[in-house]
Design a protein around this ligand. Structure first.
Ligand SMILES: NC(=O)c1ccc[n+]([C@@H]2O[C@H](COP(=O)([O-])OP(=O)(O)OC[C@H]3O[C@@H](n4cnc5c(N)ncnc54)[C@H](OP(=O)(O)O)[C@@H]3O)[C@@H](O)[C@H]2O)c1
Length: 332
C-alpha cells in the first residue's frame, strides 16, 4: 500500500517505517527534517511543519496514514482536513494518558477520557493526555469508521530517546549495589517498540477501526522482575537495595524521570496507570515478545551510543551512591 507516515524518523515511527518497508509498502515520510533526514535514503521524505506547513502533501493520495506526531488538536485538525478525501485510513498514535483517571486497575478502552480546561489550552507538558484525547476526536470526526486510535503505555526498546527503560537496562549491566525504588511487587507495563510497530502496521493494513490500549506484557509484570531480568541479561554484579517511596520523596528524587518506571503508590490517581487492560489488542493480534528479548535488544542498542553523553532520565552513578549511603545511614 501507499503509506504516509507523519513523522517516522525517531523511535516508534522509525520502527513502523522499517516494518512497512520490509513488507514492501510504498512509504512516504513527512517531517520537518530535524530528525532522521538521512534515514531510509531510498524512501520519499517530504519536508514541512505539520503546523501550517502541509503544502507538500497537497494533491497526494495514500491508502493509509499513520500519525506519529500529533499533540495538539488544532494541528491534527489541519492534517485530517487536508487528508480526509485523499487518504483511505488514518491511524493516530495516542497514549494511555488520554484517560481521565487511573484510580482503577484494568482500564478498558471505554473508560472516560481526560478533559481540557478550555478548548484553547495547548500546554502539552501539563495537558498531554487530554490533548491526545481531543486529537483522537479530530481524527474520528473526519475519518469515521476509518480511524484507528492506538493508546500505548510506555514504549521501550532500541532507539528509545527517553532513557527511561534504558536506564534500568544499562544499570543492570553495570556492577555495584543498585538503588531500586519502592516495592518489588509494583506492577509495570511496557511495550517493545518492535512489537507495537508490527501490530500497528498490521492493523492499518487491514483497515481496523476504533481505540486500542497497547501495553505489555500479556501477563502481569513487576518492578522486581524487570530489575532481575536487566541484571541477568546485563550481567552486572551487586545487590538490589529496595528503598521506600517515603525515602525517595524525602531525598527529592523525582518519580518516573529520576527513577524511571517508578510511580509512587501513595498517589491514588496512578494506581491503574501500569495495569490497563490490553485484552482488546491481544484479541486483535498484538503479539508480545518476552521481556528478556526487549532488554537484550535495548542493551545492544545502548552499547552503540556514546557512553559519556548525558542521558535524559535516570540518575548518575554518583547520585545513586549518595542516595544509597543516605539510605543505609537512615537504617542504623
Ligand atoms: N514514548 C512513549 O513511551 C510513548 C507512549 C505513548 C505514546 N507515545 C506517542 O508516540 C508518538 C511518538 O512517537 P515517536 O517520537 O517515536 O515517533 P517518530 O515518528 O519516530 O518521531 C517523531 C517524528 O515526528 C516528526 N515531527 C515532530 N514534530 C513535527 C512537526 N511539527 N511537523 C512535522 N513533523 C514533525 C519528527 O521529525 P522532525 O523533528 O524532523 O520534524 C519525527 O519524524 C507520539 O505521538 C507520542 O505521544 C509515546
Amino acid at each position: 500500500m501507499r503509506l504516509l507516515i507523519l513523522g517516522g524518523t525517531v523511535f516508534l515511527g522509525k520502527h513502523i517505517a522499517e516494518a512497512a518497508l520490509s513488507a514492501g509498502h510504498d512509504v512516504t515520510l513527512f517531517h520537518r527534517g530535524q530528525h532522521g533526514r538521512d534515514l531510509f535514503p531510498s524512501t520519499e521524505h517530504l519536508l514541512g511543519d505539520r503546523d501550517g506547513g502541509l503544502a507538500a502533501l497537497e494533491g497526494r493520495r495514500f491508502d493509509a496514514a499513520i500519525d506519529m506526531s500529533g499533540y495538539l488538536p488544532r494541528v491534527v485538525r489541519q492534517s485530517v482536513e487536508l487528508l480526509a478525501d485523499s487518504v483511505g485510513h488514518y491511524t493516530f498514535i495516542s497514549s494511555v494518558s488520554a484517560y481521565r483517571s487511573f484510580t482503577e486497575i484494568g482500564l478498558t478502552e471505554d473508560a472516560p477520557l481526560a478533559k481540557l480546561p478550555s478548548e484553547s489550552e495547548e500546554d502539552i507538558g501539563t495537558w498531554y493526555g487530554a490533548l491526545k484525547a481531543r486529537c483522537e476526536a479530530e481524527v474520528s470526526r473526519r475519518f469515521p469508521g476509518r480511524d484507528l486510535l492506538i493508546r500505548p503505555g510506555l514504549i521501550v526498546g532500541p532507539d528509545d530517546p527517553s532513557d527511561r527503560f534504558t536506564y534500568w537496562v544499562a544499570r543492570g549491566a553495570r556492577d555495584g549495589e543498585v538503588l531500586a525504588p519502592g516495592r518489588p511487587g509494583h506492577p509495570v507495563q511496557v511495550i517493545d517498540v518492535r512489537d507495537l510497530a508490527a501490530w500497528t502496521l498490521a492493523m492499518a493494513e487491514r483497515g481496523a477501526s476504533g481505540a486500542y490500549n497497547a501495553a505489555g506484557p500479556a501477563t502481569p509484570l513487576t518492578m522486581g522482575e524487570v530489575l532481575a531480568i536487566c541484571r541477568e541479561v546485563g550481567g552486572g554484579v551487586g545487590p538490589l537495595t529496595w528503598v521506600t517511596e517515603g525515602f525517595l520523596a524525602e531525598q527529592g528524587v523525582a518519580p518516573w524521570t529520576e527513577m524511571p518506571l517508578f510511580i509512587p503508590e501513595s498517589d491514588p490517581d496512578s494506581i491503574g496507570l501500569d495495569s490497563v487492560s490490553i485484552r482488546r489488542a491481544l484479541e486483535a493480534g498484538l503479539s508480545l515478545r518476552p521481556l528478556r528479548d526487549t532488554v537484550q535488544g535495548t542493551l545492544v542498542w545502548e552499547r552503540t551510543r556514546p557512553q559519556d553523553a548525558p542521558r535524559r532520565n535516570g540518575i548518575t552513578a554518583k547520585r545513586e551512591q549518595e542516595l544509597l549511603a543516605a539510605w543505609h545511614k537512615s537504617r542504623t
